[in-house]
Write a protein that binds this ligand. Sequence first.
Ligand code: HEC
Ligand code: HEC
Length: 273
Amino acid sequence: MAVAGFGVLAWMARDHLLPETSPMQRGAALAEDLDCWSCHAAALRDPDHAAAPSLFGGSRRPQEIARRIREADGHTRAISDAEIASLVAWIAVVQYEADRAAAKAPIRGGLPEVERLARRQCFSCHGDLGQGGVSNPGSLKGYVPGFFGRDYDALTWGDDPDVVREWIRDGLPGFFHWGVGRLRPGLWYSERQQVRMPAFGQTLSPRQWEALARYMSLLRELGPLDASGVVEYRRRLGLPVAEDTSRAASRAPASRRRPRRARPTGRRAREGP
Ligand code: HEC
Ligand code: HEC
């Protein structure tokens, strides 16, 4: 009986310890593994003279992007539907970020303004649109969690507003301090990580904490974002679903185009953004 009990516990824990990724992250990794850059990187430098077009400068419609990947004459290698789904999700997020960077309309209020705050303060660690963060040696799972899925729910007690506020304000919720004397497992685990969550209690206002909490709730609801999730996300922010003809992405700043592999250094993490 006891053995069976432990078995069940171990099985449940296993689910929680498995690394969690978003389609966007899987797509970015696949582009490396499947060697997409060998042909498509040149267009990032010189879109007008490259043999293959930019990965991000074409259609904004997921189905059309998938079709082009499937049917491109230049593609000799078979790419599975599952792989294409991840690749398109990744392309959609990169295109979205490029479109937002290129957008000329002023941002006033509402979710787009909160998104801009998150882009400045949070995405560098938690990933574009909170779709999974940079690697984090010394942490339980080895990476900074995104704003979706089991990781987010475990760390915020299912999006509990009090816990989320503590994360933003203090950089660590109160339950991490639970324990007796020096025996505080949460704290011990948290302090071993190379990247630490900064406390925004001084630099952001309570109004901004609440706005960010609402924004993360939306990402939690929609995420992990696949390509149609990105379309839905645009709608929920009240932004037009971009036109197919947009060339913004092929001309976006270089740092936005390649998957983000680098991680912040310990020093940067301690100092915060
Ligand atoms: C051997 C070179 C080569 C490789 C490798 C390659 N592509 Fe392409 N790709 C092309 C060429 C050339 C085109 C232009 C269209 C055609 O050939 O029909 C293209 C077109 C595309 C398009 C359509 C772009 C647009 O704006 O219309 C997408 C999206 C795309 N490729 C994605 C990928 C992905 C994802 C990978 C990796 C799995 C990949 N490609 C690997 C050569 C390549
Ligand atoms: C310097 C990197 C860094 C920045 C910038 C950062 N965080 Fe974090 N954040 C972390 C790390 C690392 C964790 C995991 C901490 C742990 O497990 O002890 C985390 C955890 C969280 C969590 C717990 C749930 C989850 O799935 O991530 C929330 C919520 C959160 N951060 C919100 C934010 C918000 C909102 C911002 C921007 C205002 C932000 N973070 C900026 C590093 C960062």
